[in-house]
Design a protein around this ligand. Structure first.
Ligand code: GLN
Length: 449
């Protein structure tokens, strides 16, 4: 499998450009080592011998980790993220590190400081972002499994654009230790795969309480694979009218209605509902995520990690020049917005207000989940767009995440599973569940798939 993975990368990655760094020598050694176990009674890990690609904002010991930023070019972490340790325990094999929008800020992977990943279904369109490399690598058959991270849609939106399965787990389900923080109250690591079953296996391997991450939660990790029964009889589905309303493309709406018909045939029922505060989700998200980012990214000062500007005569100039030369435009935009929103005199009007609205958005979801098992809608309002089409206007780019962002603000789990095509480009169905109820999300996704 490892040989096949590198063969495929050799064949297609100069076109797709999903990988930033390969770990070929170590991966082949590891594969040889595991081969010894074949045909013996020795215990084998849950992901024994499975090739996996890792988003480049998840730290890997002695393996370059850049967050697709020039400021971390040639940064070699001294430890493995908890998820990476867990993958090693499950005996999967890391193939390499995957491209992304710089520090996970973006929806197209065009904000990478190094290269622009293409959508394997049509090389002129974007793979989505920020986990564009993770979704494209799986879609192109370079790896069967990858890890992404999702702060406002960064796993689900690229999964939708690339026709693969991507899950954002409940906030707290998977350890963030070793995930380079963008917005700590929203970030979650999650699996990207070809099928729902594969996805459940990968979540199984990485989920659970971690003493190194105080926001990881001590709840049971159920057997996700066992929940794939195919049975959705009696299941109650809510479809928010805001998710199939204005701004959502006709084919996208139709693909969701078609999916609902299939689920009805299988014995589920659905009703239209409302998430009345979702119209504030985008503004709330950009205030909160940028505020958190401005604090989190303060650590990149040219002293502790990565790039250091050679053109500095004073300490203050060292900070200034390193950050001016090291960060890309989008990252600077977020740092400025966040610093502004947190500054005295503006804090109450922006940051504090946004926190209050976040609570209202979370309550919208709680109200719906009192009566329904899952919420279903599209993952994105449109299929993948052309490269360059949205780069000039950040607001159009931001609107792409309008259907995924509320899920992060509420902290609940959400999956994107392929549900059709529009002009040869994949569409994704989003299934959203109750806190820590990934099992039901998977059950519905699997029955539909
Ligand atoms: N596209 C959104 C943003 O730019 C979400 C990114 C993410 O989930 N990491 O912030």
């Amino acid at each position: 499998l490892v040989d096949e993975s590198y063969r495929r990368i050799e064949q297609v990655d100069d076109k797709v450009e999903a990988f930033l760094t390969l770990d070929e020598e170590r991966a082949r050694l590891k594969a040889k080592e595991l081969e010894q176990k074949l045909g013996t009674d020795e215990a084998k890990g849950l992901l024994f011998g499975m090739p996996i690609g890792i988003k480049d904002n998840i730290v890997t010991r002695n393996l370059r980790t850049t967050c697709a930023s020039k400021i971390l070019d040639n940064f070699n972490p001294i430890y493995d993220a908890t998820v990476v340790q867990k993958l090693q325990a499950a005996e999967s094999i890391t193939i390499g590190k995957l491209n992304m929008d710089e520090f996970a800020m973006g929806s197209s992977t065009e904000n990478s400081g190094f290269q622009k990943t293409k959508n394997p279904w049509n090389l002129e369109t974007v793979p989505g972002g920020s986990s564009g490399g993770s979704a494209a690598a799986v879609a192109a058959g370079e790896v069967p499994f990858s890890l992404g991270s999702d702060t406002g849609g960064s796993i689900r939106q690229p999964a939708s654009f690339c026709g693969v399965v991507g899950l954002k787990p409940t906030y707290g389900r998977v350890s963030r230790f070793g995930l380079v923080a963008f917005a700590s109250s929203l970030d979650q690591i999650g699996p990207v795969t070809r099928t729902v079953e594969d996805n459940a296996y990968l979540l199984q391997a990485i989920a659970g309480l971690d003493p190194m991450d105080s926001t990881s939660v001590n709840v049971d990790v159920p057997n996700f694979v066992q929940s794939l029964t195919g049975d959705v009889k009696g299941l109650k589905i809510a479809v928010p009218k805001e998710y199939i309303g204005e701004g959502v493309k006709e084919e996208v709406k139709q693909s969701v209605l078609d999916a609902l018909k299939i689920l009805e045939k299988l014995g589920a029922t659905w009703e239209e509902v409302s998430l009345p505060h979702s119209k504030y989700a985008l503004a709330t998200y950009y205030l909160l995520s940028s505020s958190e980012a401005s604090a989190n990214l303060a650590r990149f000062d040219g002293v502790r990690y990565g790039y250091r500007s050679p053109n500095a005569d004073t300490l203050m100039n060292l900070y200034k020049n390193t950050r001016a030369e090291g960060f890309g435009d989008e990252v600077k935009r977020r740092i400025m917005l966040g610093t502004f929103a947190l500054s005295s005199g503006y804090y109450d009007a922006y940051y504090k207000k946004a926190q209050k609205v976040r609570t209202l958005i979370k309550q919208d979801f709680e109200n719906i989940f009192e009566k329904y098992d899952v919420i279903i809608g599209p993952t994105t309002p449109t299929p993948a767009f052309k490269m360059g089409e949205n780069t000039a206007d950040p607001m159009t780019m931001y609107r792409n995440d309008i259907l995924t962002i509320p899920v992060n603000l509420a902290g609940v789990p959400g999956i994107s599973v392929p549900c059709g095509f529009s002009n040869g480009l994949p569409l994704g169905l989003q299934i959203i569940g109750k806190h820590f109820d990934e099992s039901t999300v998977y059950r519905v996704a699997h029955a539909f798939e």
